[in-house]
Design a protein around this ligand. Sequence first.
Ligand SMILES: [Zn+2]
Length: 312
Amino acid sequence: MSLLVLVDAHCDTLSRQAQQGYPLRCQLEGQVDLERLRQGRVGVQFFAVFVPPEYRGMYLRLTLEQIDYFYRLLAFWQEVEPVADWNSLEKALLCGKTAGVLAVEGGHVLEGSVAALRVLYRLGVRCLTLTWNGRNELADGVGDEAGGGLSTFGRQVLREMEELGMLVDVAHLAPSGFWEVLRHARGPVIASHANSRALCDHPRNLTDEQVRELAATGGVIGVTMVPRFLAAEDPTLDHLIAHLEHLAEVGGIDYVGLGSDFDGIPEPWPEMPDAGHWPRLVERLQQRGWDQEAIDKVLGANFLRVLRAVWR
Ligand SMILES: [Zn+2]
């Protein structure tokens, strides 16, 4: 079967549109909307709820508002189906629709409550990025100087996520937390949006050792379009592909995917300005001699494997 499915494991559309007052339109100001998902032939789009840490005291309320928008927007779009289990995802793809997966970026919104995690799961959240850049109740982010590991609460959340069948996302996590998650995790762990540190030395990127160990869990690294995670200056498609190729060489072709961070990129670059331009990447991979199987895996098959495993 050569049904090429593109999975994008991260975008910030919900929080970006929160600033616009949650518009219900097919064309949005930004990098992801119905038109662009169609043009980009996106099969599965993760939509991350993100509440900036400075909104302490309003975390859960703002999380609920973004979740509410996710369901209202996707109902308006019709061609994008919210999915929270494997059967619905498969069905959406077979009907030619895009599947929308609800995620949360930053465990600070749990406000230290495992009950909040369980309720978010009931609301359809199927992926949690444990931290953002700073420290929270679960662990320290890459931007925290102490760079500590998982707290007792963090370990509790990790266990509960595995019980529920929620994807564990280590993007933004400080290295010590990263290693602890890998030590405690029983299933695949993902880094929804991160690149190779060997090619671009930024703390948000993963070292070769981290890439190998994350791959050993059966998880996937989603290569991201954020300019400063791709190259020191002027990123191009060739930089992006160099990251894909290096990650595949180090960790294996089965453990690399895509996690654009569209709508979280203040300065998009010309070759990949938005979700409508994914076919350019596919074309370029073909030009560079990638075989169909490798393209299929990186484009989406690898993330689909993980979703299927975690959602059981
Ligand atoms: Zn992020």
